[in-house]
Design a protein around this ligand. Sequence first.
Ligand code: NAX
Ligand code: K
Length: 505
Amino acid sequence: MKILSCTQQKEADTYTIAHESISSIDLMEKAATLITEAICKRWDKSHRIVVFAGAGNNGGDAVAVARMLFQKNYDVEVYLFNIKGSLSEECHTNVLRLAECGFQKYTEVSTQFDPPKLTEHDIVIDGLFGSGLNKPLSGGFAAVVKYINAAPSTVVSIDIPSGLMGEDNSYNIRQNIIQADLTLSIQLPKLSFLFAENEEFVGEWELLDIGISQTFIEEAQTPYLITEPQDVTTLIKPRSRFAHKGNFGHALLIAGSYGMAGASILAAKACLRSGAGLLTVHAPVCNHNLIQTCVPEALVQDDIHEHYFAEPVDIDSYQAIAIGPGLGQEEDTALATLEQIKNCYIPLILDADALNIFGTHRNHLNKIPKRSILTPHVKELERIVGRCSNSYERLSKAKELANYLQCYIILKGAWSTVITPDGNCFFNPTGNPGMATGGSGDVLTGILTALLAQGYTQEESCKLGTYIHGLAGDIASQRMGEISMTANDIIDALPEAWKIITKTK
Ligand SMILES: NC(=O)C1=CN([C@@H]2O[C@H](COP(=O)(O)OP(=O)(O)OC[C@H]3O[C@@H](n4cnc5c(N)ncnc54)[C@H](O)[C@@H]3O)[C@@H](O)[C@H]2O)[C@@H](O)CC1
Ligand SMILES: [K+]
């Protein structure tokens, strides 16, 4: 699913009106009908509805919703802020339509605003500003936002919380943005909904399909997309009846150190549960028996060192390599890692401590082979690109890094993002907060290694891997609950996740 900018969203409205034989006012009527339905589904008539509308089309939506709720016998009040004394055409039409149906609790605010007392039981509809917002809110509008945010009522925002920008909020004023409980977004999500720091504004969000032109959406250029199930199910390669383990690749996992055998075991198990033909784990001597016992299906190759990875290995026999989980931060390990990846001609994944090395050895970044996959969480990324003050800045820096290195980056977190060398960003929809637990990232690395070994391309592996990882996490959370689930539970849920995605269930 594409994510369009607010400018593109306006273009989409215009295109739809021009090409789909629907007028602007009817498109608004469609939006208002769906918004009204979504509200009625959640709240009954015992709730008073207090509508705050702006002078543009977001306000037009809000006034139309007020009429529809009033006609369904809800107790509705409307405050329309017409500071400049001019309304958009559609907003004006809706104000007339509201009056025509005998609605009386209507206040047009031009200078002085006497705010109504809002209670816990009231539902506030925020239709002040939508995609037409062009600068942070200030003055009287900022005061209205602060008053709504301070009230105990439930707040429903139309299209986008008023004051929030669709993409970059770096220069916004956070106190002047509506904190919605529910955002009913028109047609497509906004990029800013996917950023952690905006959760307090957006709340829960739902998309309403008002029939914006599919042609426009298909042709629109955007680097931002949300991965949908069919995007990954279509990637799955069927297995030939005559397949043997040689068809599914031999993966090499360089992982673990004294005290961190677990990371290598989790990655190894996830790799084997994701279809690799063969797996060799290269590990320090101290972890040998543990790995053999916990993952008997894997081959174990000993490093020369007792406690950590110290000597690069020959890679000729492998189809994919992952390096990093639980490696530790010994200088010898860093040197061995840099040596290992230099001239690596096999698909490569760098994770965890293999990434931390570049925080302290930035001048070696250019040693990372092109098309490698880097899987940093926020802190690992910031050790490389420097501290970021918000998610938009972080995403931008990650895109720059992916482009500079010509690598794939999976920026891990809620909405884990696959960033391609040419700057496309695929946001992953699966997963839950229960996955914020030690070892969860090692599981992802194992899955990705298996996919690369089986011959999936880097981009396919990243999209499919993050999706299946999150899906397994969702199954684990159903079984164990978000609080109790561990990385091992994600691995245990992998067979179920793979069955769902290959539709063999
Ligand atoms: N037919 C259509 O065009 C449709 C429009 N829709 C709604 O229309 C919205 C977009 O409407 P508009 O383009 O009219 O934009 P808005 O309603 O978001 O706001 C427009 C007005 O706000 C002013 N403004 C912008 N930033 C401001 C600030 N910081 N302080 C004070 N004033 C500011 C602008 O100058 C403009 O006059 C969407 O978000 C959606 O809710 C939907 O009803 C779908 C159909
Ligand atoms: K709004």
